[in-house]
Design a protein around this ligand. Structure first.
Ligand code: ATP
Ligand code: MG
Length: 527
């Protein structure tokens, strides 16, 4: 049998009250606690004091009658159901009673136990269902409003901030926070049931947003005290909408007084969490789109730059090649062997320059598309650098003096040989190119336990301070290079390759005093 209901009988006739009591006490389906009074005024006081489920009301009462009582009750407890019982039954009275808010109407003359029992039971049940409906509508309204506020922004930080504030206000709790799971993607592929048990799944999470009331325990709420906490998972769906993963969870904490979380509160939080998940998903999607768009724009700018550079850089050598070739064609027979060789050398040099330029551009393009193959091998740094320096000295006919210094432990160094040759080749050729004839260039290698520090210092023209930040970007050249040839790709390629080695590059430069480029590379790349 369902738990007992409280009824209030308001009737000035003692005998009638006794009849109702008897009829209702015999109801086999429901038990009642019965309050009674003979006056409407006292009836109003009683239902203020006691939580009643239903009122049986006689219309004919001394002083305040049933009609007046209904008016007062509508102000006081608009949802408390009332059944009218009167000796003078008529259709007009029934209609008027319903208009005034009564739920049903029974004529005393025709009253039978089963009629009273059934009417009372049905009215209470109907009223309970209506109450549930009202609550659920109110909940939906609140959730809709919250969702609207949460989803007003497309910025993740703003979304999370709004969500914790809304949840804290909705529940009046001491503390609300959002945690996001950290770790790699495979970690995320968990299903929603496993998720809640954080201690067992041993997943790492970090707080991303919180809101706290002053009443909360100390500076750091005791979030491990599970009896004060409520954890609601935030589950995101993958693009295909079939797979889902736990993004994080909503943590609600209340410690200023004992609180039993109500089932409705938990249900509401789950609904908020669904809306929050959608908002997070939208924000993440927007972020990804923005990044892709930026990448696309960068790539487009890069391509335009390539077209401009290639057409500009090719025009001069092509003109030289054309001139040399037509001289050879027209006057070849009359030219002596040294002149002929001079023109052929010119053609070869210009073709090599053009071919190098294409190689550089292709290399950067592959790096941009992350298509570079990386093959790590053990490299003996001392002979590696000795050869490199010898080649440079020969190719520049000893324009500068290159001094090489080694210190520390340089053994056990690994890297991609071709890439390392390109990196150091670019840095050494810059040092020579931008130095005066006879300039001193110091190349130093310092071996540490896990890394090697390489530095290249010259006494050349230097780089203007305001241009140093962008000098590693492709096609950027110092405004002081004057007629020194170059395309502005060497440093960009070197930087990309250093990063592929998980290394760092930094720069010091002073105009007319010199430049020092420092590269730090790990001895072995950890994967
Ligand atoms: P290339 O692509 O043929 O190497 P580049 O030397 O102009 O052409 P980067 O090596 O990328 O291109 O260098 C970019 C710019 O940085 C140079 O144009 C120059 O202005 C400046 N720069 C680089 N190294 C030095 C240096 N050692 N001393 C002075 N300026 C330098
Ligand atoms: Mg260069």
């Amino acid at each position: 049998m369902p738990h007992s209901r409280t009824l209030l009988i308001i009737d000035d006739c003692v005998e009638d009250r006794e009849v109702y009591r008897q009829y209702l006490s015999k109801d086999p389906h429901q038990s009642y606690r019965i309050l009674e009074t003979d006056s409407a005024e006292e009836g109003l006081l009683l239902c203020q004091k006691d939580a009643c489920d239903l009122i049986l009301l006689d219309l004919q009462l001394p002083q305040m009658d049933g009609w007046e009582f209904l008016d007062e009750l509508r102000q006081q407890s608009p949802n408390l159901p009332v059944i009218i019982l009167t000796g003078y039954g008529s259709e007009a009275i029934a209609v008027q009673a319903m208009k005034k808010g009564a739920r049903d109407y029974l004529a005393k003359a025709h009253l039978r136990p089963n009629i009273l029992q059934l009417t009372v039971r049905n009215t209470i049940e109907r009223s309970r269902l209506q109450k549930q409906l009202r609550q659920s509508q109110e909940r939906q309204r609140l959730i809709a409003m919250m969702s609207l506020r949460i989803r007003q922004s497309l910025e993740l930080e703003q979304i999370l901030q709004t969500a914790v504030m809304e949840v804290q206000m909705l529940l009046g709790c001491d503390y609300a926070a959002i945690y996001q799971f950290t770790g790699n993607g495979s970690d995320r592929q968990q299903n929603s049931q496993q998720f809640c048990d954080r201690s067992k799944s041993d997943r790492q999470s970090s707080i991303v947003c919180e809101a706290k009331f002053r009443s909360c325990c100390g500076e750091q709420p005791n979030l491990l005290a599970t009896e004060t906490n409520l954890e609601i998972p935030i589950i995101l769906k993958n693009c295909d909408r079939i797979e889902q993963f736990s993004w994080g969870f909503l943590l609600i904490h209340h410690c200023s007084q004992k609180r039993d979380w109500q089932i409705e509160e938990i249900e509401m939080l789950h609904e908020v969490s669904v809306q929050l998940a959608l908002a997070i998903q939208q924000a993440e999607l927007l972020k990804k789109t923005r990044v892709a768009l930026e990448e696309e724009q960068k790539l487009n700018a890069f391509k335009s730059k390539i077209v401009a550079t290639v057409s500009h850089e090719y025009r001069t050598p092509l003109a030289t090649i054309l001139a040399a070739a037509s001289t050879l064609k027209q006057h070849g027979k009359r030219l002596d062997i040294t002149k002929k060789e001079h023109f052929l050398q010119l053609i070869e040099n210009k073709c090599r320059h053009m071919s190098n330029l294409i190689d550089d551009i292709l290399c950067l393009d592959r790096a941009n598309r992350k298509q570079i193959e990386f093959e790590s091998v053990l490299i003996e740094l001392m002979p590696f650098f000795a050869t490199l320096i010898q080649e440079h000295q020969e190719s520049t006919s000893g324009k500068c003096e290159l001094n090489l210094k080694f210190s520390g432990n340089l053994t056990n160094f690994h890297g991609d040989r071709r890439m390392l040759e390109q990196i150091f080749d670019n840095l050494i050729s810059n040092a020579i190119k931008y130095s005066p004839d006879g300039g001193q260039i110091e190349i130093a290698l310092m071996g540490k336990e896990d890394e090697v520090i390489f530095s290249f210092q010259d006494e050349g023209i230097g780089i203007p301070k305001e241009e140093q930040e962008t000098i590693f970007q492709s096609f950027h050249r110092g405004s002081n290079v004057d007629t020194i040839p170059g395309t502005g790709l060497g440093l960009a390629i070197a930087k990309t390759q250093i990063e592929l080695h998980k290394g760092k590059v930094s720069l010091w430069s002073e105009l007319e005093q010199g430049t020092k480029i420092t590269v730090i590379l790990p001895k072995r790349i950890s994967t």
